[in-house]
Design a binder for this molecule. Structure first.
Ligand code: NAP
Length: 320
């Protein structure tokens, strides 16, 4: 397992991060048991992953807490707190009070069976919510950090509704966060233009999510997404073969699968520190760890991807 330093946190982390949320929630979302999810956490640690991301909203903090039992000292734990009140819309402006956020952190500590969280992130912050988060919630997070309950602070963007990274552009400019979690995949690499140069300048840790999301996990849905982007004029019609638009990723031994190519694409994007992988399957976890530890895609392939998707800002990779 390759390791890297997570920007200004100085934390030494595996380049592959186990995501306990997303479409799979360690398998819980498709009927897997908690025991199986705990085994998956242990399997990830056994394979060199030392960085795990969860959130109260995922319902997986207790599973992660059980999975790392006895190994807490060698794990970097990231979790989150909502900025809108429980039961209200993530899109809304019904914000939590700082005291609610403190209670959320205390509950996370308990579920994770630990006395400190390495990275606490505000979860899925929408552009219109950022000012409140920065002004009203950050001071409480800083107090929790001063008390030793949190080590570093971050925000995660809501890529599904903010694929142009508007919130992240404000967050990176502020310079008050240590870590950003950003949506990135080869279908929408706009993070490379809008956020990563500035994040690199400020030495922020950047966690890439959405490298493989629902629509990128299967060739048919991916081809459907590409056809839509061509029809919208976001991808030049002559940039890809309409019969097999991404076949060049699998030709001449470039990559063994589209998911492998997708993870390698994000892993080697300048400014990305680590890549998240969300799965409920041990076989997928092993494939994805290998992919994230793989080499960069060849320059010619990156050029073709850039010619096709370099201007895309609307796609996320979510299944529609
Ligand atoms: N705003 C936020 O804070 C936010 C938003 C999204 C995600 N996240 C974090 O990022 C993590 C990763 O999420 P993500 O958005 O990258 O992806 P994700 O939602 O976990 O989606 C990955 C999908 O691809 C499938 N998959 C994974 N590996 C595969 C493989 N090798 N072959 C075929 N299918 C495969 C998974 O299903 P299987 O279970 O079948 O493998 C899953 O359905 C989450 O767990 C969470 O920690 C944070």
């Amino acid at each position: 397992m390759d390791t890297t330093i997570l920007g200004r946190t100085g934390l030494k982390v595996s380049v592959a991060v186990l995501g306990a949320g997303g479409n799979s929630r360690l398998g819980l979302r498709r009927g897997g048991s908690k025991a199986e999810a705990i085994d998956l956490v242990r399997a990830a640690l056994d394979r060199g992953v030392n960085f795990i991301d969860t959130a109260p909203a995922y319902g997986t903090e207790d599973v992660v807490g059980a999975g790392i039992e006895g190994r807490r000292d060698s794990v970097i734990l990231a979790t989150k707190a909502r900025c809108t009140v429980q039961g209200s819309s993530y899109e809304g402006s019904e914000f939590v009070a700082p005291g609610d956020m403190r209670r959320s952190v205390e509950a996370s500590l308990k579920a994770l069976r630990t006395d400190h969280i390495d990275i606490l992130q505000l979860h899925g912050v929408r552009p219109h919510q950022y000012e409140f988060c920065r002004g009203e919630l950050l001071p409480e997070l800083q107090r929790l950090r001063d008390e030793g309950k949190l080590r570093f602070l971050g925000v995660t963007e809501a890529f599904g509704v903010d694929p142009e990274h508007r919130m992240a552009q404000s967050a990176v400019a502020d310079g008050v966060w240590d870590v950003l979690m950003l949506g990135c995949n080869f279908v929408n690499p706009s993070v490379a233009r809008f956020v990563l140069p500035q994040a690199t300048e400020k030495n922020l840790g950047v966690m890439a999510m959405y490298a493989v999301r629902g629509a990128l996990a299967r060739k048919e849905t991916l081809n459907g997404l590409v056809a839509k982007l061509v029809a919208q004029g976001e991808v030049p019609a002559d940039a890809l073969d309409p019969e097999d638009p991404l076949g060049f990723l699998l030709e001449n031994g470039v990559a063994g699968s589209l998911t492998e190519a997708a993870y390698r694409f994000c892993r080697h994007m300048p400014g990305i520190s680590v890549v998240m992988t969300g799965t409920g399957s041990l076989a997928h976890l092993e494939e994805n760890i290998a992919a994230i530890n793989g080499t960069s895609l060849p320059a010619g392939v990156l050029d073709r991807l850039s010619a096709a998707f370099g201007k895309v800002t609307s796609a996320t990779g979510d299944l529609e």
